[in-house]
Ligand binder design. Structure first.
Ligand code: GUN
Length: 287
């Protein structure tokens, strides 16, 4: 049987309509959620992602401001900018687009952003709160994945979830959020022996390695839910995922496409976190 396709793009658009109403209501109370994005250097993919964030912010009425800084920006200069943004009461969310140029220590930058404005959910305080099962800013791609699964009423509790890839941005936190939802979680990575043994056990399979068609139908348990986080550019210029979609969709029950799957959800959850930050900063939510 051919899998049902989870169109993150549609869900993202539905959620953004709801968010627009929420932002309209906040504006009536003279609160305009504001996101500042810091973009260093000339990486075309990063510039494209940031344009997407600007466009989506405008769509829901979130004010966005992009600070485009040159590749040679020093760590000290960037820390000064972050300090200003931390102290600027008009800014609710701060996002420093990754990856950063090699001469800047990413972890130092992540830890410099106020946890109260860390709409990426990368600060150790927010990661710690997530691990403790507390409400906080959750990393956007993992949070988007959980939101997609819930929108399709996928049962997570008690299920075997297998994560392929252990990045700080996607693999590690999505496993944690699935654990918080009572899944049994296995992480696979570049040193895993006999990866297929694990992926064939997965009721929920999340793939985030950044390698074109890294998994095929032969790696998938019949009836699995497959979430493909990969975004890889093929030689013909088109985007494709980490999973060979055409074969995998004949084996899975539910599967995300690339493009139009997880990607649009990431930006949507960033907007969600920014609105949440604005509400918190204005006393609308508990501390
Ligand atoms: N680069 C790729 N994904 C992300 C993300 O979610 N946040 C930031 N800040 N940079 C990224």
């Amino acid at each position: 049987m051919t899998a049902e396709i989870i169109y993150g793009k549609q869900l993202a658009s539905d959620l953004r309509e709801e968010m627009k109403l929420e932002v309209d209501a906040l504006k009536k109370a003279e609160i305009t959620p504001k996101l500042t994005v810091v973009l260093i250097g000339d990486d075309p993919a990063s510039h494209s992602y940031v344009r997407g964030k600007e466009k989506a912010s405008a769509e829901v009425g979130v004010e966005s401001n992009v600070l485009r800084m040159k590749e040679e920006t020093t760590e000290t200069q960037l820390l000064e900018v972050i300090d200003e943004l931390n102290n600027d009461v008009s800014v609710n969310g701060i996002l420093v687009q990754l990856p950063l140029p090699g001469h800047i220590n990413e972890q130092v930058i992540i830890e410099a952003i106020s946890p109260e404005k860390d709409v990426d959910g990368f600060h150790p305080i927010n990661i710690g709160r997530m691990v403790a099962g507390k409400d906080t800013f959750y990393p956007c791609t993992p949070y988007g994945i959980i939101t997609m699964l819930k929108s399709k009423n996928v049962k997570i509790e008690g299920k075997q979830a297998v994560i392929v890839g252990r990045s700080n941005i996607v693999g590690k936190p999505v496993g944690q959020l699935l654990l918080n939802e009572n899944a049994t979680v296995t992480y696979c990575h570049s040193r895993t022996e006999d990866m297929r043994k694990h992926t064939l056990e997965a009721d929920i399979l999340i793939v985030a390695v950044g390698k074109q068609h890294f998994l095929t139908a032969d790696d998938i348990k019949p009836g699995a839910v497959v979430i493909d986080v990969g975004v890889n550019r093929m030689e013909n210029g088109k985007l494709t995922g980490d999973v060979e979609f055409d074969t995998a969709k004949e084996k899975a029950d539910l599967i995300t496409p690339v493009p139009g799957g997880v990607g649009p959800m990431t930006i949507t959850m960033l907007l969600h976190n920014t609105i949440k930050a604005a509400k918190k900063h204005n006393g609308y939510l508990g501390k």
